[in-house]
Design a protein around this ligand. Structure first.
Ligand code: AMP
Ligand code: GLY
Length: 427
């Protein structure tokens, strides 16, 4: 199989890394890819933009691509799957209509409310005065969410009225562009967060092992939200009984609600859950793609070939596959970021120590890196906020995290930052 992966983050490096390990995969292309995908055997970066749909179609047809896997939400929300499908390509990733489950939190909330899916109570606002009045009446804590895509940064959990007021005013005055001119304001839920990434072909839906992300920048889950600072899998809290509840109360009815809207959803349905103190799983968000860094933690434990799963979803034959196979043990992933992230951060700093890190048995997925070929020999430099996602498996979480932090100690770049407490709930 020839597989084309769209995207350039740690998630895409992990997907390509997994794909090239399979005997069933002849060649992987990553478009545009990054410094990590550039180094994988049987994987080649493609210097095209992920919003240049015509060029992507032409490339895929010329190369005889058998399967396209779309990584990020942005091209999905722009309709990349629709365009590729129209050209006769097999695509893993929902259509533009399906991607609304992530690209509009108001749309997703309406779907959940109509289908009776457990979620935080919420109201939608396009008027600042009405939003302020609602927050005054509800009190704090309260959660203010930009409706549209904001790279994981459009949510404020406001613990004071002043914080809520600032969040509303900033969003409405264009901090997130059009994405923040509509707001979803919702009840603040308490409980532990779990990410359930489920695969679906539009008819059948099957969860991967669960993962837990760490969204906040600071130790002890403090400070602003990020795209995600580290993850582990599987989550002990997700017992078989709870997983069954998630399937019956959330995943299945969501798929049915999508079907009822005429949406043939093929790809990942990612349910971001809070497990409330009474044990009820509630949805805080849906995403239309693999979680980053959750998938970096999940894939090292996956034994079923990834391309078999994605192919079946794209084809509509997921029900025919045997249960997904996993190796036992634990997986840990810690993100190394550029100082300043999620605010402004430096770029172009030289990264060293990756060979020594690899000696520890950890795998270093590249998120924001670039090979600087303007110098001889070329050097690997930082090119994003989240720079690396260092991942390892072990028999226990302690073992997996010891390996990860051992590898991190070998890696250096100016002003690097990482959380030292990823996985604190399990180690
Ligand atoms: P989201 O982008 O919707 O995943 O939100 C980012 C983060 O904000 C989540 O991972 C939670 O930590 C937090 N969050 C979102 N919605 C709620 C909520 N209703 N109650 C409490 N925390 C929330
Ligand atoms: N790690 C959170 C996300 O991918 O949205």
């Amino acid at each position: 199989m020839k597989v084309l992966v769209i995207g350039s983050g740690g998630r895409e490096h992990a997907l390509c890394w997994k794909l090239v390990q399979s005997a069933g995969v002849e060649q992987v292309f990553c478009l545009p890819g990054n410094g990590g995908t550039a180094t994988l055997e049987r994987c080649q970066n493609v210097a095209l933009k992920s919003d240049d749909f015509n060029a992507i179609v032409q490339f895929a047809q010329e190369q005889g691509i058998d399967l396209v896997i779309v990584g990020p939400e942005l091209p999905l929300s722009q309709g990349i799957s629709d365009r590729l499908q129209q050209a006769g390509l097999l695509v893993f990733g929902p259509t533009q209509a399906g991607a609304q489950i992530e690209s509009s939190k108001a749309w997703a909330k309406a779907l959940m409310q109509a289908a009776g899916i457990p979620t935080a109570q919420a109201q939608v606002f396009t008027d600042a005065a009405a939003a302020h009045a609602y927050v005054q009446a509800q009190g704090v804590p309260i959660v203010i969410k930009a409706d549209g895509l904001a790279a994981g940064k459009g949510v404020t959990v406001a613990t004071t009225l002043a914080m809520a007021k600032t969040a509303i005013d900033e969003a409405m005055s264009g901090k997130f562009g059009a994405a923040g001119r509509t707001l979803v304001i919702e009840e603040c839920l308490v409980g532990e967060e779990v990410s359930v990434l489920a695969l679906t072909d539009g008819q059948t839906i099957r969860p991967l092992i669960s993962a837990q992300d760490h969204k906040r920048i600071g130790v002890g889950d403090t400070g602003p939200n990020t795209g995600g600072m580290g993850a582990y899998a599987p989550v002990p809290l997700m017992t078989p009984a709870l997983a069954e509840r998630v399937q019956v109360e959330i995943l299945h009815p969501t798929l049915q609600a999508l079907q009822a809207r005429g949406i043939d959803y093929r790809g990942v349905l990612y349910a971001g859950l809070i497990i409330t103190p009474s044990g009820v799983p509630k949805v805080i968000e849906f995403n239309c793609r693999f979680g980053d860094p959750e998938i970096q933690a999940i894939l090292p434990l996956l034994e079923t070939p990834l391309e078999t799963l994605c192919w079946a979803c794209a084809q509509g034959s997921l029900a025919d596959l045997p249960p997904i196979q996993w190796r036992s043990g634990a997986s840990a992933c810690v993100v190394m970021a550029a100082g300043g992230y999620p605010g402004d951060y430096r770029q172009g700093d030289i990264i060293t120590g990756l060979d020594a890190a690899a000696q520890t048995g950890a795998v270093v997925f590249h998120a924001g890196t670039r090979l600087n070929t303007a110098v001889d020999p070329p050097t690997l430099v930082t090119s994003g906020g989240r720079v690396l996602a260092v991942t390892a498996v072990g028999d226990t979480f302690d073992q997996a995290f010891d390996r990860v932090y051992g590898a991190i100690a070998q890696i250096d770049f100016a002003d690097r930052y990482y959380r030292s407490d990823i996985g604190y709930r399990v180690r």
